[in-house]
Design a binder for this molecule. Sequence first.
Ligand code: 13P
Length: 258
Amino acid sequence: MSRRKFIAGNWKMHMGPGRADTLAQDLRRELLDLQAVDLAVAPPFISIPEVVARLRHTGIHVAAQNLHWEPRGAFTGEITAEMLRDSGCTYVIIGHSERRRLFGETDPDVNRKLHAALRAGLLPIVCIGESLEQRESGKATEVVTTQLETDLAGITDDHLPLVTIAYEPIWAIGTGRTASPPQAQEIHAAIRSWLRQHYSSGLAAAVRILYGGSVNHANAGNLLRRPDIDGALVGGASLKASSFAAIARAAGSGLPNH
Ligand code: 13P
């Protein structure tokens, strides 16, 4: 099973409409010739229209960073999957550790959001990952597989191929401390093995598993060469077109995973 590499940039709470438009223009220029890799950027909600307009016909997709699971109603400050779809989003990030840690999002919330995204025709990127304390007590694999049990509950064979998983160890996010390629590969392999236990091996082999946490142009190549690392979810280094493009090119220069 060959999986196309996928590089996604999570702009987090950076880039209002004006700066987002400039960054999208720069990305358009830097990435025009890169066809071998799937690409997406996730601006803040308010900048989505500018980025969608600027990246139209480039093949670079736009993702949202969050959504609410209800289709409408009195949920002040929230955004539905349908609204994101209408605004031109293709993907949506769900369950980022910052949302879990800072905004109290739980695994059942992630599961509701995942189903809402799929109902609306959005492609979800589901984030999982352990804390430093959990890693140091030898629980990293157990933590991510426990997250998967609830996060992916009710996801059928038909829907699984639409789901991307992002392994983002919390201790590696924004710290400059990346998981080493063997550390990341070990967890990615455990995630794929969990998928094989719950779906067919063909389906498990088709799911893309991204790594996130201090990815930059210097470390991307070595991570992306590992057999179960199918791409990256990039935070800080996605805020400059040249560094995001360098990561995307590193992904494009390797062979697709088998
Ligand atoms: P950094 O690349 O800044 O560590 O952020 C990773 C991340 O959280 C992407 O979603």
